[in-house]
Design a protein. Structure first.
Length: 233
């Protein structure tokens, strides 16, 4: 065991301190600093300092640089003028329509139809809204044609003078408040008949009257029709 000097008295600032004088068994050593050890330099590097605080402060200058200004808000605001400018108008629809063609279209749900008047083609329906139905066994034979417009061909059975015949027309697009315009297009004696359509929900009654006083008519009439959507409120 090494000897030590007990009770050593240091003589002054020039007297070196040794492990022997400190009664230590051996010379003290200092371990190497590990990667995650906290040292004076790492504390200084990560410390919150006045400089760092000032650098990250929210200042009037920074707010002014990054802020949304009144001018920007005004430029991007939704205004009455902008809304009016982007409104869908009849003029815009007409201008966008290819060749200024018909601007009326039937949709999947009954009663929802667009009908607009253009400067060159008038009121009408797009292709696809119409349809046809062939003649039944007689003029009184029920038929189905669920279209907004189209053509109905009737049988050529006899209809006596001053006599009315009616048939049931199934049309899922017709409502009770609708009006059907129907005209005698061809075949038979033009002007010898009157026509009426009484609408119900999804169905209608087509009535034809022979107004000739001279006798029976046996003609396969061809009728054109269009449904006008209507409401009572």
């Amino acid at each position: 065991m090494p000897s030590v000097t007990p009770g050593y008295t240091f003589t002054g600032t020039t007297d070196p301190i040794t492990y022997t004088k400190l009664n230590l068994l051996a010379q003290p050593t200092v371990a190497a600093i590990a990667a995650n050890d906290v040292t004076t330099s790492t504390i200084a590097d990560d410390a919150v300092t006045t400089v760092k605080i000032l650098d990250r402060n929210v200042t009037t200058t920074k707010i002014a640089l990054l802020a949304v200004t009144s001018a920007e808000l005004a430029a991007n605001a939704v205004t009455t003028a902008k809304v009016l400018d982007n409104n869908v108008t009849l003029a815009k629809i007409v201008a966008a329509a290819a060749n200024n063609t018909f601007l009326a279209r039937s949709t999947a749900s009954g009663g929802n139809y667009e009908a607009l008047d253009t400067t060159t083609t008038g009121l009408g329906f797009y292709t696809g809204a119409g349809g046809t139905v062939p003649a039944g066994a007689t003029k009184a034979t029920a038929f189905t044609l669920s279209k907004m417009c189209g053509q109905i061909t009737l049988a050529a059975d006899a209809l006596a003078a001053n006599t009315i015949v009616s048939s049931t027309w199934t049309n899922s697009l017709i409502a009770a408040t609708d009006v059907v315009i129907i005209n005698h297009k061809s075949v038979g004696t033009i002007g010898a008949y009157t026509f009426n359509v009484a609408c119900l929900a999804g169905t209608a009654t087509l009535t034809i009257r022979n107004i000739e006083h001279t006798g029976s008519l046996s003609e396969a009439l061809v009728l054109n029709f269009v449904v006008i959507k209507g409401v009572t409120s």
